[in-house]
Ligand binder design. Structure first.
Ligand SMILES: Nc1nc2c(c(=O)[nH]1)N[C@H]1C(S)=C(S)[C@@H](COP(=O)(O)O)O[C@H]1N2
Ligand SMILES: [Mo]
Length: 224
């Protein structure tokens, strides 16, 4: 199968996600391996579609939460409390999904990824990052330059409330200048890698450099 065909099928899957059950039966035959089983539009979620590529929303309490940062043979394990002790940042930016929906003025709080790396003493020196989720499946990546941007947050709060389980709590990544698929939920690992390792949707045809309005053939207004 050519790349275009694969992208087309994945595209169908993502539309199926966005539209929910109405398209599920249409796409079930071709997308069962990538189409999430449970996706919702929660009234409380302020316009966010709730996405997952697994059969549910993984759960981890704040007390049990750990974030493992790994740079070669050096490994630092952070608790939720450790993350909250780091310098805190709040910003308000639009959130744009590649399937077309956009949430205006989402207010996220947490620690900038750049600050977190500095706090744990990781110097990227041009090396990229790979991110993992405790859903056990989803992954993401950023180059060093991207990772250090001021729109990239290890987020614990949305609208000044702790992140719900569905929204990726206790801790998710927010990559505001890029399409939503970069903002990995249920973040549990950050690894320094030698090369960019394409993430979950990137292995399925979406752009690795996922700038809003400048990738994936879309012309949405950029998020700065
Ligand atoms: N672990 C995980 N992270 C994820 C996803 C996912 O399915 N699983 N979906 C991504 C996509 S495509 C988008 S648009 C946003 C949606 O965030 P939300 O579910 O909080 O609205 O999460 C991203 N992060
Ligand atoms: Mo998305």
């Amino acid at each position: 199968m050519g790349r275009r065909v694969v992208l087309g099928l994945v595209g169908l899957g993502v539309v199926g996600v966005a539209l929910g059950d109405r398209l599920a039966s249409l796409t079930a035959g071709v997308t069962s391996s990538v189409a999430p089983a449970v996706n919702q539009i929660l009234p409380a979620a302020g316009g966010f579609r709730i996405y997952t590529v697994t059969n549910g929303y993984p759960e981890k309490s704040i007390a049990d939460y750990r974030l493992v940062v790994q740079d070669r043979d050096r490994r630092v394990t952070l608790s939720y409390e450790d993350i909250q002790q780091m310098p805190q940042t709040t910003f308000t930016k639009d959130f744009q999904c590649v399937t077309g929906w956009r949430v205006e003025d989402a207010t996220w709080s947490g620690v900038l990824l750049a600050d977190l790396l500095a706090e744990v003493g990781v110097d990227l020196a041009g090396r990229p990052l790979r991110f993992t989720s405790f859903d056990g499946v989803y992954t993401e990546s950023l180059t060093a330059d991207q990772a250090l941007l001021p729109g990239v947050l290890v987020a614990t709060h949305l609208s000044n409330e702790p992140l719900s389980r569905e929204m990726g709590g206790p801790v998710r990544l927010v990559v505001a200048p890029m399409y939503g698929y970069k903002s990995i939920k249920w973040l549990d690992g950050i690894q320094v890698t030698s090369e960019v390792v394409p993430g979950y949707w990137e292995e399925r045809g979406y752009a690795v450099d996922a700038w809003v309005g400048k990738s994936n053939g879309r012309n949405d207004e950029p998020v700065t």
